[in-house]
Design a protein around this ligand. Sequence first.
Ligand code: KG4
Ligand code: ZN
Length: 341
Amino acid sequence: MLVLGLETSCDETGVALYDSERGLLADALFSQIDLHRAYGGVVPELASRDHVKRMLPLIRQVLAEADCAATEIDAIAYTAGPGLVGALLVGASCAQALAFAWDIPALGVHHMEGHLLAPMLEEQPPQFPFVALLVSGGHTQLVQVDGIGQYALLGETLDDAAGEAFDKTAKLIGLNYPGGPEIARLAKQGVAGRFTFPRPMCDRPGLDFSFSGLKTFALNTWQQCRSAGDDGDQTRCDISLAFEQAVVDTLTYKCRRALKQTGLKRLVIAGGVSANQSLRQGLEKMLGELGGNVYYARPQFCTDNGAMIAYAGCQRLLAGQQETLAISVQARWPMEQLPPL
Ligand code: KG4
Ligand code: ZN
């Protein structure tokens, strides 16, 4: 089955062609980062308008790259939520219009299920069951995954998502949007030990997270340095490193607890923050000690992309899931509501 995947939940237009027999044939992405940078974050109306402009040229591009005719496509998968409603509606309308014109089925995909399954596109995909750490700009969740659509939420953030904490902290110390890659870049030049940030909620039982205090801690540290006249690039690097280490340690600690609680030894990390090198190294070390394995997607499939939507949609379409021509998207959509395959 050849599936066209469309992703428009936030500030990236992603398109891909995935074939159940041949694997990923082509994928293309247009990132709107330059468009939103001047505003320090995503402007929803600008995002929607830009998706409209990019979608059809990107679809033509992947068809050309895969040397495919539109008539060969068997079904279309699109992100139906969670995300920005206006942005989601662009992908959903485009998918439903093309599906109607080509007389093929369309299926709305859960964005976080797309992230969760992205490591399946790699050479050594994880086997079910596993624990998944989903860390994106909007979500931070630990989930026990027994199969596609068999998700038990183990813990989640009570306030900011991990990616959101990276983005907000970066903004407070004068770095560009999106803050995650910027903090990671500066942290490489940071001096370890100059600042020590707290490891939130690690002294409490359970698997929930709280990241908003780290942002305040970073702001206070930055302001103290500024009043002492110490607001140069090195201070930014040192704060970036201390912040990143606090997030990595906290996530690693809770992942270890989740693995212990479930008795599982396979950990999947997915979503934009799973591109972070220090996080990958921290988790690999921990899983090495436990005798388990950590799985993640290549960096461009950690952040938003069309390939993960084409893959997730394909699995559900193969199992016979279909929907009507109604165009419906959801800004909020708990993943546990998805039907099992
Ligand atoms: O999954 P994603 O592309 O979009 C959402 O679904 O939210 O994740 C975007 C988030 C942003 O907050 C971004 O700052 C963060 O992922 N991010 C990173 C890195 N690359 C992206 N955070 C830390 N380190 C990175 N290398
Ligand atoms: Zn995402």
